[in-house]
Write a protein that binds this ligand. Sequence first.
Ligand code: SF4
Length: 302
Amino acid sequence: MSISKCSKCDSESIIFLHYVCKHLCAKHFRELFEKRFRSTVREFSMIKKDDRIAVGLSGGKDSTVLLRCLHELCKDLPMELVAITVDEGIDNYRDATLRIAKRETKKLGIEHKIVSFKKEFGKTLDTIMKKDGSLPCSYCGVLRRGLLNRGARELGADKLAIGHNLDDVAQTTLMNILRNEPDRIARFMEPQIKHPSFITRIRPLLRTPEKEVAIYAMVRGINIDHQECPYAQSAFRQIVRRQLNEMEECHPGTKFKILGSFLSMDKIMKMKSEKKLTACSSCGEPSAGKTCRFCEMRASFF
Ligand code: SF4
């Protein structure tokens, strides 16, 4: 089997970027990855000097790589970093990533807050699923988002950094189209949402394919856990993910094109409407309606 050479030097290639038809060695791949990370932060004005950034750190590959990249960015763009992990209570899964989150924050000297479903709601996600196992990700997503927002606020953060990569954004865009939920597309980027309790979320890995996050972790020697959440397979997202990967195989660049469409739609929608949030009548947290989804969700399992 012949070994492919890097398109930029004579070294051995470790990755083929099919969407630009280029082979890259470890050094040039790392360069491209970090350059794209920084240019994404700049493009969307995600971080200002001296911002306090809370990183939603699950301990999975995306958030772990995000934390490392932000930590390195601090050398050129001074900011304060803190991290929050939500322990949903998922047996044989969350413990491993929780260990990674603790290890990374300790190594980098970053303040780390851990919140759990068990402590907040008296029930783990596993327990909730025993009662109603139909929509694990819907429960988990809403409750986790609520806890991350509150946690970031309690840590005095200006922004909440989330490890969503290109695949996540492309999947979310397609899912919202397939479910006829354009409102969710409008809400996804959120910078237009103004509410004193709402911490703006930023996604610096927005332009980075999922596979490249995993390879970057390998190149940097970041020990990551490759297990998938046991509930992930049941999600609609998995179907969309498989289909998108097949499309990407046949039509390289599909995911980037979906991201491009999403950003164009987002711009148009933002010009037309400014989303206003009110305070939830039950918990006082930011809400698009009278009662927030967090409270509706919580009420459904108590
Ligand atoms: Fe939660 Fe679903 Fe993600 Fe598992 S896959 S952590 S249940 S959102």
